[in-house]
Write a protein that binds this ligand. Structure first.
Ligand code: CAA
Length: 258
């Protein structure tokens, strides 16, 4: 792939958006590569993904403004759908995805980070939804995911003012879980991913499903969903091994994803 690279380290997969000359801005070619890379992830072997950007300056500086500048209404809507479909695919992957935000996360960059399960960032990271300053709305899920993550009041302030925020403010409002020095970010992401990957994969997947799908349901239905996914773990090798190891006062030998 020209614009997106993929590598695995053990049971962790690392996706890197790689268009540093344009600060990893998302044009159609980058989005096509990203879509193909996501399709190629073996979610039976890989237990956690990390998404990051190439270079030290930018995670993703947004959708490509040059490409968008001449779009018609219909083409604009189709471009929004293209990004949304891919980001939704990322969000609904059965395995967790950690966004390691290594710099600018603006517009589509903030939006793709919000499609991930967990966000951590470097101390030079900048988040924002600058779209109204360009005469458009956020178009890759920003109006929906930002409001769900930081609450409608703060999301509206960020989106209406188009004001960017630095890493410390992103941490304060709950947009990211932790901030690291730039040189330590990837190690921290890998450590977190390895910590997730060593846990029982069926249980981790079911947790992701329960949280993501449960948030869209009323509490009675959400609790029912949790019960089903809780029950689904039983009789698995990993549940039996996990509980046996506890009762025998030993460490789990290995979770086998079965
Ligand atoms: N689209 C296209 N090209 C971009 C880009 C973008 N979103 N962001 C940066 N680039 C390009 C610049 O045009 C420049 O290219 P050239 O060297 O060929 O001129 C290169 O990346 C480096 O950028 P700058 O020279 O501007 O770097 P800087 O350090 O001075 O500024 C920045 C960095 C503040 C991030 C600035 O580049 C910037 O404001 N970028 C645009 C951010 C933005 O508005 N993003 C939202 C896009 S809209 C969107 O994403 C809609 C949606 O929801 C789907």
């Amino acid at each position: 792939m020209e614009f997106v690279t993929y590598e695995t380290e053990g049971q962790v997969g690392i996706i890197t958006i790689n268009r540093p000359k344009a600060l990893n801005a998302l044009n159609s070619a980058v989005l096509n590569d990203l879509n193909a890379v996501i399709d190629g992830v073996d979610t039976n072997e890989v237990r956690c993904l990390i998404l990051t950007g190439a270079g030290e300056k930018s995670f993703v500086a947004g959708a490509d403004i040059g490409e968008m500048s001449t779009l018609t209404k219909e083409e604009g809507e189709a471009f929004g759908k293209k990004g949304n479909d891919i980001f939704r695919k990322l969000e609904t992957l059965p395995i967790p995805v950690i966004a390691a935000v290594n710099g600018f996360a603006l517009g589509g960059g903030c939006e793709i980070s919000m499609s991930c399960d967990i966000r951590i960032c470097s101390d030079n990271a900048v988040f924002g939804q600058p779209e109204v300053g360009l005469g458009i709305t956020p178009g890759f899920g920003g109006t929906q995911r930002l409001a769900r993550l930081v609450g409608p009041g703060m999301a509206k302030q960020m989106i209406y003012t188009a004001r960017n925020i630095k890493a410390d403010e992103a941490l304060r409002i709950g947009l990211v879980n932790a901030v690291y020095p730039q040189t330590e970010l990837m190690d921290a992401a890998k450590k977190m991913a390895a910590g997730i990957a060593k846990n029982a994969p069926i249980a981790v997947r079911n947790c992701k499903k329960a949280i993501n799908e449960g948030l869209d349901l009323d509490m009675d239905k959400a609790i029912e969903l949790e019960e089903k996914l809780f029950g689904d773990c039983f009789e698995s090798y990993d549940q039996q091994e996990g509980m046996k190891a506890f009762l025998e006062k030993r460490k789990v030998e290995a979770f086998l994803n079965k």
